[in-house]
Each structure stands twice: as C-alpha cells, then as structure tokens.
Design a protein around this ligand. Structure first.
Ligand code: UGA
Length: 472
C-alpha cells in the first residue's frame, strides 16, 4: 500500500521505516529542509537500535523523504500524522501542528483517504481533525479519521513497532478499519516473522500480536491511559521505596513479592530518581488537562507527578546526608540521558539533578555513552564531560549513578575504587547489590534499600601479659 507519514521526528521516522519494512511504499513528509537533506544523504538523526539498518535497506526505494504534502496525500491511501504536540504553559497538548497538517491534507484529498492520528493527542482530536478537513473543502465520505496510537519506547522503538504487545486501531467505520488492518496484516497474520530478513525478535515478544479494533475515541484514551498507568506504577514503587528507607526494608524484595502476582507484574516496578523523557511528563499533564475539560478532577495524576518530583528532592537529600556539605564537592556523575539506551535528555531527571547540585556549589564531571552533545547544549559551563565512567570518578568525593545504562552495571569495581577520592557511591538506579559494594570497600547508598558500608576492620591489639589482680 502507498502511505504517507507526516513528521520525521522519533515517531514518524520509526513508523515510516517500519512500514516500509512491512512492504509498503512510504513517503515521509517534513517541512524542515535541513532534516530532509540529512535524511536523503543517509544520515540517521536519532540514536535508535535497528533504525540505521532499516533506513539503509529502504531509503530511495520503498522509503522516500519529501516536503510536498499535497503530492504525498494524492499518492497515498493512508496518511499518518506524526507531528509534535508540545505542552502549552497550562499543560495542555498544543495541537496547532496537527490542525495545520489537517488543513494541508484537506486541500489534497482526491479520493477515499484514511487520516491516521499517530501523535499522542487528547480524546476529542479525531472529531476536530474531521471537522477541520471538512471545513477546508473535503467531502464527508471522501475520508475517515482513525487513531492508531504508538507504544514505542525510545531506544527500542523499532522492535516495539515490529513486535508490539498489541496493535490498536481506533476506527469508526468498517471501510477505515479495513485499510488499517491491511497495513498491519504482515504483523497480525505473522507473515513478517517468517521472513529471513525480519528484524530479530526480542525476548518476551508474543507473535503474532493481537489487533484490537476500537472506536477512535477509545483508541485516543488507550494511549493516554497507558502512559498514565505506567507512570503511576513508577511513582507507586518510588513511594513504597521511601517507606522501605524509613523502616529499613528492602524495596527489591518488596518488588519481587508484589511483582510475582501476575495481576501486577514485575515490569515498570523499578524505583529510581523518577521518570523523565518526552512522553510521561508531558502526557500526564495533558491527560490531567483533558480530564479537567471533560469535568473529571483526576487528582490521582497530580499525586503521581508530585511523587515523581519529590523523588529527585529525596535523592539530593541522600547526597547531602552522604557528604554533609555540598559546596565545593567534586561529584562524578554516570548518566545524562533520561534512561539507558538513548541520547535523549528531554525532562531527564539526571540533568535536573545536575542543575540542582550545581546550584548547591558542586563541581560535576559527567559521563554518558550517548548524550554528551545534547547535554552540552542544555547545561551551563561548570561541568566537565569525561570519556569514561572511570574518568568521571577520578578524584571525586563521590560517584552518582543517574541513568540505567547497561554498561554502568558492569563496572570494574576495583578500578572504580582506586579512581575515587572517597569510595562513596550514591546509586539512583539500584544497579548494584549493596553487599557486593560493601565487600569491594564502598559506602553505597541506593533507592529503597538499606545503605551498606565496608565491615570495619578489627584493629589488631598487641598481646599483653595478663596483669596481676586485674579486675575481670
Ligand atoms: C514511554 C512508554 O513506555 C511507551 O510505551 C510510549 O510509547 C512512549 O512513552 C510514548 O508515549 O511515546 P519512553 O518515554 O521511551 O516510553 O520511556 P520508558 O522506557 O517508558 O521510560 C520512561 C521513564 O521512566 C525513564 O526516565 C525511565 O528511567 C523511567 N522508569 C521506567 C523508571 O524509573 N522505572 C521503571 O521501572 C521504568
């Protein structure tokens, strides 16, 4: 099928490349000429597993890049809208890009088209997009608007697209649902997975994935409610971790105990320094605003956000209680990205923590495997970027672990201890076993688990002859 994808950001680019891999002819439309030129030259603007392979595989054949929305709409049966929906100052989603694309699509409709919302949007957006397209001259039966939310995580977006837990199609007519079913047929009927060149199957992937057809409004709600639920799970376990710290319990054991209940599950139950990224913080605020507009006061979401912010304050307090005063302290920092496996620093708790620590007068030497360039733009001077975890630790008063990169979980502990001025680690991601750290000579603080420190060595006492008349 011929499809257009409007917007070449994370979602648009990944969706475009994956739809091409399913066998469709895809044109990705953007109005950013520099970005289009870079994509046409073969550059890959984002750090995403398997994306370079897919772009290389399909660029210039099944995957094209263009600034011509009108021609792309004319040539396509389905047009996926994947433009940004940044938050306004009030926390609502700014839908002006979506509206302007809808106007552009309206002028080009020359036969039946399905306009598919791929961006995360509030529950009434489908209706508005339909109205805008009609207002701008399209016949009512010349198009349908569908919602096909994405559940891509940065870093694993390609495999999340090709091996999804589910495909949600929000369509209000059978004709519209048929078009989307056909687009996803290679995944839903499993034929994609039989191909020798299919992107490798990740652990836990269920194939073929279920395809769920709902109304457009339900699909819009599924996206916001999914992200809000996942964020709630993280805040919940962070709150439990705080209680564990107060009473000396171990949140890891608690997680194991509750996560093995299949109704709860182990995933997204890792406590830390709070969630970040371009999705959860923005989507929670937007969902809160949508609920308010619909007349429902969704205060549970306020609390999820409050716990998330509080988690960073608690971490600062932990650093202070480990080091006493902060002014002039040199801190090694591992991790700048909002999570491991990405160079994205948007709403990164690591960046927010570094800024707070700098305000307290700390000197920071940071290392991240992918996010230096982006962090350099976001952080003022006064931070040194190290070439490795060991260089970041060199001569530091303590080492902070702020992002869950896999390479931070397998450091050479002996070498790390030699680099640090004092063997103190404050781990915001619980990457190490406290007992192992103590055995390696570290004083180790983590989240929701008792701090550990090396056993005090018994002081050797010289043998003395027993004194006469000594009182026993
Ligand atoms: C999230 C969702 O997981 C995707 O399903 C969704 O499609 C996407 O948002 C989106 O709306 O586009 P993403 O923002 O890439 O994906 O990142 P996650 O892997 O969900 O992590 C979000 C944050 O939560 C990170 O800061 C991470 O460190 C934190 N986190 C995650 C925890 O603190 N604990 C956990 O157990 C899991």
């Amino acid at each position: 099928m011929q499809v257009a994808v409007v917007g070449s950001g994370y979602v648009g680019l990944v969706a475009g490349a994956c739809l091409a891999d399913l066998g469709h002819d895809v044109v990705v439309v953007d109005n950013d000429q520099a970005k289009l030129a870079a994509l046409n030259r073969g550059e890959v603007p984002i750090h995403e597993n398997f994306l370079p392979e897919l772009l290389h595989r399909h660029r210039g054949t099944r995957l094209k890049f263009s600034d011509d929305l009108e021609s792309a709409v004319r040539a396509s049966s389905a047009i996926f809208v994947a433009v940004g929906t940044p938050p306004t100052e009030q926390g609502e989603a700014d839908l002006s890009y979506v509206e302007s694309v809808a106007r552009g699509i309206a002028g080009a409709i020359d036969g039946y088209k399905v306009v598919v919302e791929k961006s995360t949007v509030p529950v009434y957006t489908c209706d508005w997009v339909r109205r805008i397209i009609q207002r701008n001259g399209a016949e009512t039966d010349g198009f349908d608007v569908a919602s096909n939310p994405e559940f891509l995580r940065e870093g694993t977006a390609v495999t999340d697209f090709l091996y999804p837990d589910r495909i949600v199609i929000g369509a209000d007519t059978d004709r519209c649902a048929r078009v989307l079913r056909e687009i996803y047929a290679p995944l839903a009927d499993g034929s994609y997975y039989d191909r020798p060149d299919a992107i490798p199957r990740p652990d836990r992937a269920m194939i073929p994935p279920p395809l769920i057809v709902t109304s457009a409004k339900s699909a819009e709600l599924i996206k916001h409610a999914s992200n809000a639920f996942l964020a709630m799970k993280i805040s919940f376990i962070n709150a439990v971790a705080s209680i564990c710290e107060s009473v000396g319990a171990n949140v890891q054991q608690v997680c194991q105990g509750i996560g093995t209940d299949s109704r709860i599950g182990q995933r997204f139950l890792n406590p830390g320094i709070g969630y970040g990224g371009s999705c959860f913080p923005k989507d929670l605020m937007a969902f809160r605003a949508v609920a308010r507009e619909c007349g429902y006061d969704f205060r549970l979401l306020d609390e999820v956000m409050r716990i998330n912010e509080d988690q960073r304050q608690r971490f600062i307090r932990k650093v202070r209680s480990a080091l006493w005063t902060l002014r002039g302290k040199k801190l090694g920092v591992l991790g700048l990205a909002f999570k491991g496996g990405t160079d994205d620093i948007r709403e990164s708790p690591a960046i927010l923590l570094i800024q707070s620590l700098q305000q307290e007068g700390c000197q920071i030497s940071a290392y991240d495997p992918a996010a230096h360039d982006r962090a350099r733009e976001a952080l003022n001077s006064g931070i040194t970027f190290a070439e490795s975890a060991y260089e970041a630790a060199h001569d530091a008063d303590a080492l902070l672990i702020l992002t869950e990169w896999e390479e931070f979980a397998v450091l050479d502990l002996k070498r790390l201890r030699e680099e640090l001025k004092y063997p103190i680690i404050i781990d915001g991601r619980n990457l190490y076993d406290p007992d192992v750290m103590a055995a390696h000579g570290f004083t180790y603080y983590s989240v929701g688990r008792p701090a550990s420190s090396p056993e005090p060595q018994p002081v050797p006492t010289p043998e003395r002859p027993a004194r006469k008349n000594a009182k026993l």
